[in-house]
Design a protein around this ligand. Structure first.
Ligand code: GLU
Length: 517
């Protein structure tokens, strides 16, 4: 039997990292076995439906390198892939269950169901539908339905015995049938419930392995009863562990505690390779213990039965570290340059000079963990002029004479390369008899506007003579301008002076009216 896996997200908002996680494991299992990976959109909950969500899920899957083989807008032999477009199929199957006596129409009103629940509470028994509609004669059910009386359709579940299913990761899971209530399959608005649509679609789409999150374990016995009612063989089930917050209680990841939107990691400049690699370590480890590996390597090694259930922690720090390793060690300079270029364009820069871009990446990538940080730091390599804040201006002013000298020396330097720049700076500090740092700091600030920048020789060499001299000119001009108007120290000094003047004035005797004229 061919391996066919799927994800079946409900389009209710931001694509969740949990969806990306489940997609990755489904994708890997299908690809490992030469099978297909299907995207089905479970959009029957119209109250929570968000129109753009489907396109965003597909976009995230493509970004991560996990494109579905079948799905809405993608095609395939088992469509439509949106449940809202399959209502006739569900209707047909419900008719079959009704005709064969596996399901019945139930007409209890909301008030009646409330009263039933209250009575159950009073008697201290578990709340849930008690099957009271089962006995209504099928002909009577049909007559009332045809007369337009609101109703749902429920599955007739057994009262005795157990329902057992085998979970690839958890072993046999068994539930007393008395605990499985006659669940609603078709709602009064004619829409199927999750259970009905999910089971019918998994069967008709030929899904061989249902690999989904742990929270669906409790629904599975009901699904198994449904498969039996239809006379179908259930797929293989595997319920993946839930991702956890890195807090003490290791609670399920939630929007309140952390960022759960897959898109937001993209917006932060996390690389898709790094996010995939990170998610692949949630409940899984490579047989050879490698921590950094490609999607291809994961697919080649993946084995569902080796997934461990010990509550994998979604640790952001680890994700950022892994991302940094991709930027620094795994991807080539050219690859990082290509990823960075759109970010630079976004910031209004022109990254078309490839040699320059690669030099910039080379010198900055040891200092950044994300593409966003890399792009931000690359600013000073691309802007026409950097801005000097008060701290920068103070540092520039302290090194004014060095900057003036270096402007002259750099303009005369014959070969403008690393070695020549390095020699020049060393000669210069020797002649001046000053420590190197005293010269390098104002020079670094002049070139970048900040004191937190890479080695100065690298900066000068990459920027080249033209940019270096322009920056030095701008820095010297900034020294002439002095401290900015909003400099806190300047404002403080001015306030103190004003206070002093006011105090001095207060001490003076006010002039006598007669003296004024
Ligand atoms: N629509 C369900 C969800 O949103 C699908 C669960 C399943 O995979 O069966 O997660």
């Amino acid at each position: 039997m061919p391996v066919v896996t799927r994800i079946a997200p409900s389009p209710t908002g931001d694509p969740h990292v949990g969806t990306a996680y489940v997609a990755l494991f489904n994708y890997a299992y299908a690809k490992r076995h030469g099978g297909r990976f299907v995207l089905r959109v479970e959009d029957t909950d119209r109250a929570r439906y968000v129109a753009a969500a489907e396109a965003r899920i597909i976009d995230v899957l493509r970004w991560l390198g996990l494109p579905p083989d079948e799905g809405p807008g993608i095609g395939g032999d088992h469509g439509p892939y949106r449940q809202s477009e399959r209502l006739a199929i569900y209707r047909e199957h419900i008719d079959r269950l009704l005709a064969e006596g596996h399901a019945y129409r139930a007409f209890e009103t909301a008030d009646e169901l409330d009263a039933m629940r209250l009575e159950q509470q009073r008697r201290g028994i578990d709340p849930g539908y008690d099957g009271r509609g089962r006995e209504l004669d099928p002909a009577e059910q049909r007559r009332r339905a045809e007369a337009g009386e609101p109703h749902v359709v429920r599955l007739r579940t057994p009262d005795e015995g157990h329902t057992t299913f085998h979970d690839l990761l958890r072993g046999d899971v068994s539930v007393p049938n008395a605990e499985i209530r006659d669940a609603v399959l078709l709602k009064s608005d004619g829409y199927p419930t999750y259970h009905l649509a999910n089971v019918i679609d998994d069967h008709l789409m030929g899904i061989s392995h249902v690999v989904r999150a742990e929270e669906w374990v409790v629904s599975t016995p009901l699904h198994v009863l449904l498969y039996r009612a239809f006379g179908w063989t259930p797929p293989v089930f595997a319920h993946l562990p839930l991702l956890r917050n890195p807090d003490a209680n290791k609670t399920k990841i939630s929007k309140r505690k952390m960022d759960t939107s897959a898109e937001s990691y993209r917006a932060q400049g996390i690389l898709p390779e790094a996010l995939v690699n990170f998610l692949a370590t949630m409940g899984w480890s490579m047989p050879d213990g490698r921590e950094v590996f490609t999607l291809e390597a994961f697919v080649a090694a993946f084995d569902l039965e080796r997934v461990s259930l010990g509550g994998p922690v979604f640790d952001l720090k680890r994700l950022r570290n892994l991302n940094a390793r991709y930027l620094r060690e795994v991807l080539s300079l050219e690859a990082v340059g290509a990823r960075l270029a759109p970010w630079l364009v976004e910031r209004g820069h022109d990254p078309s000079d490839e040699d320059y871009l690669l030099d910039v990446v080379d010198v900055l990538r040891p200092r950044a963990e994300t593409l966003a940080e890399l792009a931000e730091q690359a600013d000073y390599f691309y802007v026409e002029r950097v801005t000097y804040d008060a701290d920068a201006r103070r540092r520039l002013a302290a090194g004014q004479s060095y900057l003036e000298d270096l402007e002259r020396e750099f303009s005369r330097l014959e070969f403008f390369d690393d070695d020549a720049i390095d020699d020049l700076l060393h000669d210069y500090v020797q002649r001046q008899a000053v420590p190197l740092g005293k010269v390098l700091m104002p020079l670094r600030v002049a070139l970048t506007g900040t004191s937190q920048a890479p080695a100065v020789v690298d900066l000068v060499a990459i920027m080249g003579r033209g940019r270096t001299l322009t920056r030095l000119g701008q820095a010297l001009q900034a020294i002439q301008e002095g401290l900015p108007d909003d400099d806190p120290e300047r404002l403080k000094a001015e306030a103190e002076a004003a206070a002093k003047a006011a105090a001095a004035k207060g001490k003076r005797r006010p002039p006598m009216p007669a003296e004024r004229s």
